[in-house]
Design a protein around this ligand. Sequence first.
Ligand SMILES: Cc1ncc(COP(=O)(O)O)c(C=O)c1O
Length: 416
Amino acid sequence: MFDPHLVKKDFPILSRVIENKPLVYLDSASTSQKPQSVIDAITNYYANSNANIHRGVYTIAQEADAAYEATRESVKTFINAKSTEEIIFTRNTTEGINLVAYTWAEQNIHEGDIIIVSALEHHSNLIPWQQVAIKKNARLEVIPLSRNPETPYLLDMEWLKKYLTENKSVKLIAITHASNVTGTINPIKEIASLAHSLGSAKILIDGAQSAAHLPIDVQDFDCDFFAFSSHKMLGPTGVGILYGKKNLLEEMPPFLFGGDMIREVHQRDATWNDLPWKFEAGTQNIADVIAFKEAITYLTNLGMENVRQHDQKLIGYARAKLENIKNLKLHIPKNDTDMTGVISFAISGIHPHDIAEIFNSENVCIRGGNHCAKPLMESISVPATARISFSVYNTEEDIDIAIEAIMKAKKIFNIS
Ligand SMILES: Cc1ncc(COP(=O)(O)O)c(C=O)c1O
């Protein structure tokens, strides 16, 4: 195991003190902080190797090219893809999901087909599929939350199994690996197997909330697509990753057209580059992709099993404290093992935005709102929640400070 106090020292922003109070960052589900090695890699690229990729013959261009492709190799290893051809750089998770919606779904979803999402989706993995369903006259179905009081905030897997036995025209299950609201980890391996048992159905995993918290093995999951974002896993903003099985990516048309994604161009037609460059049109976010490698190295050096253990320790510690606070309701699964370090809560009589404001007066960063998951808010019958979320640099002391902020909020609002 690693010591999060030492990890914290690698993140310069976490040594900030504002109005004599140390910065406590508990909003990593929104975006994570960046270690010095990532910040240095961005500076180093611009100071020493700034050149466009895939075109220059001179030394710095070759350096940039090699560093960019080295990140792809690191991503491949991190998620255990079969080859770098299966790793496409996008801007973020949202763009990766849209890429699949505009290419694979354009070719493979037809009138009357069924797309399944879950009640736990972020808008990023809901709205693209709503749009496909509208455009194609397809049906969008939603795996509901379990109504069993023993398994709150978990998906109703019995509903899914029954639905799949009765509806054979399901073509896609698009589902989040971990919820950004409740922390719920979905049984994606089981869902992938159910999808594939239908024959022609594919599964897309939204890995935005899992890639920084759980070991990822796309071959073991047997998922067809897996989309995630660098900025939630200690890396820079502006870099997303779409993994896709090679045979599917090969059959898909390009998403964006222009420079770099072509093989041959004539005045009136063109052919497409090999994978993965077929999906990377125009000048890419070179500096940030290069720096993302350092984030992967950082997580790999900590060890993803250790990252998971650390997350579990913080969840257990926070749950024990939060459960004892009167008038506070937790919106998370019952078992720590069913979730990542994302804890939504509500305090009766205080709006989550006010909770977040009072936390800010203690220099504690948390999120209050609907977390881009409005249908989920409806499912759990709240307009919004307050949310604390962890990363590798969080400590039990951070949680203690958060608990003090909750007590302050209750005092201000005169809640017992
Ligand atoms: C579960 C989930 N999916 C998708 C996204 C979208 O990620 P991005 O904004 O990096 O595209 C988020 C962001 O919070 C998320 O939590």
